[in-house]
Design a protein around this ligand. Structure first.
Ligand code: CA
Length: 368
């Protein structure tokens, strides 16, 4: 319901030439700015998600709403789901050439353009959500990300963190590494490279194509996000085992990128609004998924009969060893990846040291 109200508000705002016509406080704020500048900036946001998809599609909507509201309607953002304007995996190029001004996706989808981009989505056995935000905002990560995306005429921003994901949906048990051999699995980014090294075949598919691929047997297994998102896709109808933890995506950053010229054409206050709207959306997305995941997991188990299983410790330990090698090799083969890897690994060491005496010690204490 809330979403519908939001969509109709945006529609009304665009038609009337004043944003958020249904919201009197924002309309009052928007009035003088629009009269002063004479014109609303109309931006398009293309996404890799199905339109309005719970958690991710709605996360993109949330960011669009924040930019419009915080700017008092001076920037009006219209959101397009995957395939509405361009296919999911073409949004990077579309924003690069200013067909749309904003893109909402995940940086590991662009590894074919930049291997180093993958570090800004997720690294197997890498940073958690809290650590990822710390690296991006206060550990040098953002400067490196900006350097990579500048080559593509884009300005990147963190726009939603999923937290630790689930390990994925399988129709056979994973009791040892040999159970991964020959497995055709939808798993993106560096996690996919690790699966390939273990004898499986990683497939990259946008979210909207996962369920039918799993159901038809085109793939044997898949991961997506976590219980809230996976329940919405109905993945439990096509696989019986739901494994944890998501070793491959321990705190995935979903991104928003802005066409560089469109961003630089904004006055300083609007640049700050766009940048800070993304920060709000980044916090809000993690908060929403954290709030909803357990109820969804409960539904999966108790309403849909899903068997939730933990990867055996020995399997996780072996995957971690292979992951460390694979990620180091990516860095060896590409100078920009090496630069990012050095920053990331150094940051992870100090984050692990601090979290040994803070987060981990506390979580252990709470479980005593
Ligand atoms: Ca995932």
């Amino acid at each position: 319901m809330k979403r519908r109200e939001f969509v109709s508000k945006l529609g009304a705002g665009a038609l009337a030439g004043t944003a958020l016509a249904g919201c009197s406080r924002s309309s009052e704020q928007a009035g003088p700015a629009i009269i002063g500048s004479g014109k609303t900036i109309e931006w398009k946001m293309v996404t890799t998600w199905p339109k309005n998809f719970p958690g991710l599609g709605t996360g993109a909507n949330n960011l669009a709403r924040l930019i419009t509201e915080m700017s008092g309607g001076r920037i009006n953002v219209k959101v397009y789901g995957a395939k509405e304007l361009v296919p999911a995996f073409e949004i990077f190029d579309a924003v690069s050439r200013n067909t749309a001004q904003l893109g909402h996706g995940a940086a590991y989808y662009w590894k074919g353009k930049s291997q180093a981009a993958q570090f800004f989505a997720a690294v197997p056995f890498g940073l958690t959500a809290q650590e990822m935000n710390a690296w991006i905002y206060h550990g040098g990560g953002m400067e490196l990300w900006q350097e990579i995306y500048a080559d593509f005429n884009l300005v990147p921003m963190a726009a939603l963190n999923t937290g630790v994901q689930m390990g994925g949906w399988f129709n056979k048990r994973i009791d040892s590494l040999t159970d991964l051999e020959g497995l055709k699995m939808r798993i993106p980014g560096l996690g996919g490279e690790v699966l390939n090294r273990l004898g499986g075949t990683a497939v990259s598919l946008p979210g909207g194509e996962i369920f039918t691929s799993l159901q038809s047997g085109a793939i044997d297994a898949t991961e997506w996000v976590g219980p809230y998102n996976d329940l919405a896709f109905g993945l439990y109808k096509a696989a019986k085992y739901y494994y944890y933890p998501g070793w491959h995506e321990p705190g995935t950053t979903l991104e928003c990128f802005v066409n560089k010229e469109a961003f630089e054409a904004l006055p300083a206050d609007l640049q700050s609004i766009v940048t800070n709207a993304a920060k709000v959306a980044n916090l809000d997305g993690l908060s929403e998924l954290t709030a909803r995941n357990n109820a969804a997991l409960d539904d999966l188990v108790n309403k849909h009969g899903v068997q939730v299983l933990k990867f055996p410790d020995e399997v996780l330990k072996q995957i971690r060893e292979v992951s460390e090698q694979v990620v180091a090799e990516v860095a060896e083969n590409d100078p920009m990846s090496k630069k990012v890897y050095d920053s990331y690994i150094q940051f992870r060491e100090q984050a692990m040291a601090w979290h040994d005496v803070s987060e981990r010690a506390y979580l252990n204490a709470r479980a005593l």
